[in-house]
Design a protein around this ligand. Structure first.
Ligand SMILES: [Cu+2]
Length: 489
């Protein structure tokens, strides 16, 4: 697959797409295609998937059952496997999946109870599974070169000492994360805790994950993942929007509050979410869990890998009407994400309390080290921190266990970069969206660093020693070397 990655990176021959044949993957070179070859014209399709908005119901990803449980641990198994899925009308799409579904099954963990995840690799290339947002030992972090071989297995140990939050797991192989995630290797991982349960937030059927991803298709239904050199700059955006693996779906809802756990699981696309009826969304969590209080938001922008848990109240929406979840970003005209059809009335005992989880700012006086990482794109298209490409043999920050540090990400490019740190959460102390009134002023784990701008975060490095990644979560940037390593201890 390294060769395949190089083919993708250097191909001037046209698009290189994988074809799954009897479990083997072969690279097939197709004629170059331009965006104008789909849509609008003879096909009359609005996107390459030729999907119709609001024609299919929102799937709720299956919750994975543990294979066993003991006093301390829940044991799960997922199998990485090819699957031929029906995700656009009249076509079959070969994908790479966890347990045969896209997205993968939801793992529901309990804070304080360990999860051991047994991953079986039945794909034709080595993989690595990263639990995005988790505070785990490096050996279970699924680093880019810590591979599970073809036909092999791996047991990842997740202590789940985090508070309640919405996490996700995805492939993280060096050079190929964009490809592998695009092909389907992503799923949700939700942690709950007693404090969250006591809040009386909407739960059960009223707690719905929305994993939002964009994809472009070839005419034969295969996924068109072939980043061009301009995609190395902007990241690769699909033209067809999916929620939980369904294109622009609808969800039948009742006159009740709903908790939507929104994941931007796209490789590169940013979304600015809003509701068509102008109602506010009550944001109750970032990717780092519950906020101190709900924030009423008329729109919410999420960069790739960011999450927002929001409560939407359909209590005053007339039965028989609909509300559309929109993307105001407008890039490529991908506007309508999904529709909520209010079709029944119901009693709603759930609440959104005025206070959720205490937030304690890290003290500036505790900061012992300040570092700056400058982001640039080099002449060859590769992305660098401080002029250096990712190298698994190099560590760019040696951090003392327990230290409090401030890291500044200085963006000297015309592209935004969502920067994600493994192992820890951080607080944004200056730069993007750090207004004292915004949800991004509390705990975060991925933060957008706008073009020609900088963001400073403050964090601590507790518990685990060893090497972790930090990187851009535009996956085409990550795969083109905008990734680095820090070592704790
Ligand atoms: Cu980036």
């Amino acid at each position: 697959m390294q060769i395949f990655g190089n083919l993708l990176r250097t191909s001037g021959l046209g698009r290189v797409v994988p074809v799954v044949v009897g479990g083997l993957v072969a690279a097939v070179v197709l004629a170059p295609v331009s965006a104008s070859s789909w849509g609008g014209g003879s096909t009359g399709c609005a996107n390459s998937g030729c999907t119709t908005p609001f024609a299919v119901p929102l799937p709720i990803p299956q919750t994975l059952s543990p294979t066993s449980q003991d006093a301390t641990t829940d044991y799960y198994t997922v199998t990485e496997q090819p699957a031929n899925l029906s995700v656009i009308p009249g076509k079959t799409t070969p994908m790479w999946t966890y347990n045969g579904t896209w997205p993968g099954p939801v793992i529901k963990a309990t804070s304080g109870r360990q999860v051991k995840l047994h991953v079986i690799n039945n794909l034709s290339f080595a993989t690595t599974t990263h639990l995005h947002g988790a505070h785990v030992a490096p050996s279970s972090d699924g680093g880019p070169v810590d591979l599970v071989p073809v036909g092999g297995t791996r047991d990842y140990v997740y202590p789940n000492n985090e508070s309640a939050r919405t996490q996700w797991y995805h492939d993280h192989v060096k050079d190929l994360t964009g490809k592998n995630v695009y092909m389907g290797l992503a799923g949700l991982y939700l942690i709950s805790d007693a404090q969250e349960q006591a809040l009386n937030l909407p739960n059960g059927a009223y707690d719905v994950p929305l994993a939002i991803q964009d994809r472009t298709f070839n005419t034969d239904g295969t996924l068109a993942y072939a980043p061009s050199s301009s995609d190395y700059r902007t990241g690769l955006m699909g033209d067809t929007l999916f929620v939980n693996g369904a294109a622009q779906p609808y969800l039948k809802v009742s006159t009740h509050k709903y908790r939507f756990r929104i994941l931007n699981g796209s490789n590169a696309r940013y979304y600015t979410f809003s509701l068509s009826n102008g109602a506010t969304m009550s944001q109750i969590a970032t990717e780092a869990g519950l906020l101190s209080k709900p924030y009423a938001q008329s729109s919410i922008t999420l960069a790739p890998a960011e999450r927002a848990d929001v409560v939407v109240d359909f209590g005053n929406v007339p039965v028989g009407t609909s509300v559309t979840l929109r993307n105001n970003s407008g890039w490529n005209g991908a506007t309508d994400i999904m529709r909520f059809d209010v079709n029944s009335s119901t009693n709603d005992p759930s609440t959104v309390p005025a206070t959720l989880r205490p937030f304690t700012p890290l003290s500036a006086s505790a900061v012992s080290v300040r570092r700056t990482f400058t982001i640039e794109q080099q002449r060859d298209g590769m992305w660098t921190f401080n002029g250096k490409m990712y190298d698994s043999a190099r560590v760019d920050a040696n951090v003392a266990l327990g230290a409090t540090e401030e890291w500044t990400f200085q963006n000297k490019s015309g592209q935004d970069h969502p920067i994600h740190m493994h192992d820890i959460n951080f607080q944004v102390v200056s730069g993007a969206n750090s207004s004292s009134s915004g949800p991004n002023s509390e705990w975060k784990e991925t933060i957008n660093v706008p073009s020609w701008s900088s963001v400073t975060v403050r964090t601590q490095f507790p518990d685990f020693t060893g090497i972790y990644m930090f990187h851009c979560h535009i996956l085409e940037h990550e795969d083109h070397m905008l990734m680095s390593q820090f070592k704790v201890g």
